[in-house]
Design a protein around this ligand. Structure first.
Ligand SMILES: C[S@@+](CC[C@H](N)C(=O)[O-])C[C@H]1O[C@@H](n2cnc3c(N)ncnc32)[C@H](O)[C@@H]1O
Length: 216
């Protein structure tokens, strides 16, 4: 038996519901999804979609709100280099959990992303580049609302604001109220953004209704 053989096998899971599978994955990706040894706190199917969005929309700067260990930022920096896209990554966290990770394509910003001074610094770094934003911080509705208001203007037409973990409303897991309410209010007031459900093509997503495409 190898060290991964503690996990359930497919023959034991054939009667799992989609809800059970999603909750199972919440544990799996929190502990076992890594890039170059650093946790990537997203399930693999959303990771694939993230790459597809970057390839399809070719942003010139990506702002990630919530760096955690920096696994996603590191992967994005390597990925944009691999597809020859000039696209710096700006990753913000209230704590520094990256343990000294350095990459020429990543700028770390430390502080509360909802603070105007932190936003001003990110805006200065992003300049007039064609922007994309990923909101993956604490997922409380009022926080996501504030971050949508503040950071959505950095998103260029044809690019995305990804509001992560909107799934919690569907699985009825905390936080309540969560980011989906913030997304719904935001798009109702901002017709320039549409919820692009085609990015949920695998059905299995932690971001249902969270892929917001800026049309104009
Ligand atoms: C879900 S993790 C981010 C995961 C990361 N995006 C990834 O894909 O691996 C959430 C991170 O957001 C940070 N955070 C929470 N509230 C924040 C805030 N108001 N401003 C900046 N960072 C925040 C936390 O410290 C934590 O590291």
């Amino acid at each position: 038996m190898n060290r991964y053989d503690m996990f359930p096998h497919i023959e034991d899971c054939m009667n799992m519901t989609l809800r059970e599978w999603l909750l199972f994955h919440n544990v799996m990706h929190r502990h076992y999804t890594r890039y170059q040894g650093r946790k990537v706190l997203k399930p693999p199917f959303d990771w694939i979609v993230l790459g597809e969005i970057i390839e399809d929309t070719r942003p010139a700067v990506i702002v990630e709100i919530g760096s955690f260990e920096g696994g996603t930022a590191l992967w994005m920096a390597d990925f944009v280099a691999a597809i020859k896209l000039d696209c710096p990554i700006i990753s913000i966290d209230i704590k520094d959990l990256t343990n000294g990770l350095a990459h020429p394509g990543i700028t770390w910003v430390h502080g509360n992303a909802a603070n105007q001074t932190v936003f001003d610094e990110v805006k200065r770094l992003a300049g007039t580049r064609r922007g994309m934003v990923i909101e993956d911080s604490d997922h409380k509705e009022h926080v996501t609302s504030a971050l949508l208001r503040l950071y959505a203007p950095l998103v260029a037409p044809g690019c995305y604001f990804i509001a992560e973990d909107t799934l919690c409303e569907f699985t009825q897991t905390p936080p309540f109220p969560g980011p989906l309410g913030a997304v719904k209010k935001f798009v109702a007031e901002h017709p320039e953004f549409v919820i692009d459900r085609s990015r949920e093509k695998y059905v299995l997503t932690y971001n249902p209704m969270g892929y917001l495409l800026r049309q104009s």
